[in-house]
Design a protein around this ligand. Structure first.
Ligand SMILES: *Cc1c(COP(=O)(O)O)cnc(C)c1O
Length: 351
């Protein structure tokens, strides 16, 4: 509390991201970063963009990047919006499409940034309960609401929702925007981007942070029909018309085009994920079936809070959420194959 803060700022509960230790001696499996690093072509493009031209403002509409994304999705650029990380794109979408008159709906267990945006923009929300298996049920997304947000695959559970379920939600809610956050889609889910031409209420948001390994660059994008994209542009141009710098634009476009690197690194993460799942199961963990670059796991005998602290003492960071329903679960990012092996070895000595 502070007498200078506005009423909105007083009541905020800011999102708390996973720890980024200054001295990188930890094996970092706590923020779902991609261990394989960006495409070498992206790094080259970033170097090439590092020039005196940085004195000039970047392209406010990110036209080359949008054209690149649009052409591989067989769409036109007016279906794409690019922003400073998908967190910013999501925030603009909440601001642009959720009026605050009717509560919006999202699952009880999902990305913790959604309630934060609601508080920031004074948007009421209701939580759709998830069952003991943590699955999100499309039948909970019927009835009047001011909008819907679904992370697919969901975080921090890693569970994917079938595309038919997304489509059922779109059909049941033609009057409001359905925001599908596909931060992890490249590791196994079925993307809703191809439904965009059929649904004027669908906005799909993706990021370069996870599957393209550019978390440090901050690039995200949305795919939707032009009237929704225009809504996002209106917010952007009332906030910061240059959300992406020259280096980000160059790096993201090159990363997008390097599909060989993208496929190779995603495949490796999926292979290591499946191996780590089996290894954790052998160590008495329950592990949810993951379609992402992380696992959500709970041990039969040792508390997640304890394991989180003990792993930290052994130099391994994983994510622990002290939140109802999930406070006995750990979220473990898939590191390099070697890091996964070390994790299993350390757990074996601990348990
Ligand atoms: C990581 C993540 C994001 C944010 O990604 P950035 O593009 O790095 O801002 C958005 N949604 C979910 C569910 C995420 O896990």
């Amino acid at each position: 509390m502070n007498r200078f803060w506005s009423p909105v700022i007083q009541q905020l509960e800011p999102y708390r991201p996973g720890e980024q230790p200054k001295h990188q001696t930890y094996i970092k499996l706590n923020t779902n970063e991609n261990p394989w690093g960006p495409s070498p072509q992206a790094l080259e493009a970033i170097s090439a963009a590092t020039s005196g031209a940085l004195r000039l403002y970047p392209d406010p509409s990110a036209s080359d990047l949008r054209a690149g994304i649009a052409s591989s999705l067989q769409m036109t650029s007016d279906h794409i919006f690019a922003g400073n990380g998908s967190d910013e794109v999501l925030a603009h979408a909440f601001h642009a499409f959720f009026s605050g008159k009717e509560p919006i709906l999202f699952p009880e267990i999902t990305y913790a940034f959604y309630p934060t945006y609601c508080k920031l923009y004074s948007i009421e929300y209701r939580l759709a309960p998830v069952g003991s298996d943590f699955r999100v049920k499309p039948s909970d997304f019927t009835g009047a609401c001011g909008g819907i947000v679904i992370a697919n695959p969901n975080a921090p559970t890693g569970l994917a929702m079938p595309l038919e379920d997304i489509e059922a939600i779109l059909k049941a809610n033609p009057g409001v925007v359905v925001l599908v956050d596909e931060a992890y889609i490249d590791f196994g889910g079925q993307s809703a981007v191809h439904l965009v031409p059929d649904y004027d209420n669908l906005l799909v948001v993706q990021t370069f942070s996870k599957s393209r390994s550019l978390a440090g660059m901050r690039v995200g994008f949305a795919v939707g029909q032009p009237h929704l994209i225009e809504g996002l542009c209106r917010v952007r141009d009332s906030f910061n018309s240059y959300p992406l710098g020259r280096l980000s634009l160059a790096g993201a476009l090159a990363a997008w085009k390097d599909s060989a690197w993208f496929e190779k690194t995603c495949d490796q993460i999926v292979a290591d994920r499946e191996k780590l799942t089996l290894n954790l199961q052998t160590l008495d963990f329950a592990v949810l079936p993951s379609s992402t670059n992380f696992l959500f796991a709970s041990h039969a005998h040792v508390s997640a809070e304890q394991l989180h602290a003990d792993l930290r003492d052994h130099g391994i960071l994983v994510r622990y959420f002290k939140r109802e329903r999930i406070n006995n679960w750990l979220r473990v990012s898939i590191g390099t194959s070697e890091e996964c092996t070390t994790l299993v070895k350390v757990l074996r000595t601990m348990l």
